[in-house]
Design a protein around this ligand. Structure first.
Ligand code: NI
Length: 171
């Protein structure tokens, strides 16, 4: 598969709700592989299919990755993720490959259970906390057409959106 281009705000595709994965075939595996490559290329820890122009309920993540010296890469693909049983609330700084040059504190569950399917369609249930729990909530939001900046207070959100639109025009 060719290198994937990461869409950035205000690309309207990022606002669309993604569709269930129903075909667990080779092209799904190729897409997940190309998404992982794009994630690592851009030093991200998670990337959702809508961010690369595919309207599928799929994301990849590797929360242990922090750049060149991270050691062995271990990308995991999550299909049709459903968050259950969120517990605790905490504020954490987040960034997003689709929201360049901006980070902000967002409130999320501290612990959760994730039900998802792997690339072969097998069902899994995962208990997550810490950075993985945050990453899962951030990426699952992408499948609903939601970005982390949507959680900002309205005035701040507007300011950030305007700055990002200006950045996009200048690109
Ligand atoms: Ni993101």
């Amino acid at each position: 598969m060719e290198k994937l281009k990461i869409l950035t705000y205000p690309d309207p595709f990022l606002k669309q709700k993604a569709q269930q994965v129903t075909k667990f075939d080779d092209s799904l595996k190729e897409l997940a592989q190309a998404m992982a490559a794009a994630m690592y290329d851009n030093t991200g820890i998670g990337l959702a299919a809508p961010q690369v122009g595919h309207g599928l309920r799929l994301f990849v993540a590797d929360v242990d990755f922090h750049g060149e010296d991270s050691g062995p890469k271990n990308p995991i693909a999550y299909c049709n993720p459903v968050i259950k049983n969120g517990q605790g609330r905490g504020m954490n700084e987040e960034g997003c490959l689709s929201v360049p040059e901006y980070r902000a504190e967002v409130e999320r569950f501290e612990r959760l259970t994730l039900e998802y399917q792997d690339l072969d369609g097998n069902q899994h249930s995962l208990e997550a906390e810490g950075l993985l729990a945050i990453c899962i909530q951030h990426e699952t939001d992408h499948l609903e057409g939601k970005l982390f900046i949507d959680y900002l207070p309205p005035l701040k959100r507007k300011m950030v959106q305007n700055r990002l639109k200006k950045l996009a025009r200048e690109a």
